[in-house]
Write a protein that binds this ligand. Sequence first.
Ligand SMILES: [Zn+2]
Length: 119
Amino acid sequence: MNCRKCQSTDFVKNGHINEKQRYKCKKCDYQWTENHKHRGRPSAERAFAVFLYCHGLSMNAISKMLDTAPSTILKWIRNFSNQHAHPPEPQTDAVVLELDEMWHYLKKKQTLGLEGVLS
Ligand SMILES: [Zn+2]
């Protein structure tokens, strides 16, 4: 783990907030809490990365777009296929629907061309 502001590893534990461990950077005095249950990027961003990959963008391109390591993108794609390779559970419906709508939008865009979508 690094300081979220200056990436320094020189930090100390600094009490608790809402039962979460709080840390304080010794270099820049920035304080933050680490939530182990919800680490990483929001699920919408992960779904978007998978969506881009499914439509032909390379992992390198996506990693540059989202400022994330290509290995992380690969992990998201693997997780996504593990979760959605079987019939979706109720709480995953929203993501599937959203991706489907985006796909229809792109198809429309391809059919009509950019002018058709803008008019
Ligand atoms: Zn710092």
